[in-house]
Design a protein around this ligand. Sequence first.
Ligand SMILES: [Zn+2]
Length: 307
Amino acid sequence: MNWIKDFVRPRFAGVFRKGDDTPDNLWENCKKCGEIIFHRDLAHLQNVCPSCHYHMRIGAKMRFAQTFDDGKYEIIPLRDVAHDPLQFKDQKKYSERLKEARQKAAQKAIADNNPDVPKDAVQVGKGAICGIQSIVAVQDFAFMGGSLGMAAGEAVITAAETAHQAGAPLIMFTAAGGARMQEGILSLMQMPRTTVAIQRLREAGLPYIVVLTDPTTGGVTASYAMLGDVQIAEPGALIGFAGPRVIEDTIKETLPDGFQRAEYLLAHGMIDMVVHRHQLRDTLGRLVALLTGQKSTKKSAKKSAAL
Ligand SMILES: [Zn+2]
């Protein structure tokens, strides 16, 4: 064999080739302190930065798994609503935006091995928290900024009705940029509709607990997000009606540090408690036991690594 002309091609490429089961992002950067966290560690940490305790935004599947006993729950089917009845168009048609958001959600569901593909921003689950039957609704900021449109409004109403029928408490995790402007007045109508649904729950003597997560703003803050019997917030969550920049531009004043953050709202009596995500499930368990008069069982949540 001529060593100059004939050579055996190195076969290292196969060693470095990415396998199909390798996730795209093995490492996640903390947006607040820049800490680089391994994806498996992050799942164990419930998506909270170990250095600065920044609470990253999470979707419904992870939230349900972290909240219900043993991560077991049943998804409540939601009613379909009219699609784009106003035929709204800005730079893009609303129907196209909705289609894209659904495709993105479907892709994420496939990547997460999640059979419950969300059609809109709010999902509803039924299960037990510390042994007490509860209904949990989760608003996902990743779906069109968690905006409140007809579908999200219908989901909140379904959650309240399901809680009513089951005689169970309702826990609502909010995250929204506000009302879905592409649905105009139909979106704003969800504010009174959801308020009435929550009021019915109250009249039936069933507890309604709100967990405000980052960010909760606009029409959601002006309706069901602020109607809880107990108002909890995750640390550092932005909570308000208009954003701080809009307020500063309007009043021509510089806002104080931490304005509209969970801790600021707690200090000013707007919410009842700020709870770290690692203690959230136990806190909810204690509250539903206290408010329903039932005895709770101290069951551990499903290990986050298996989420
Ligand atoms: Zn951090």
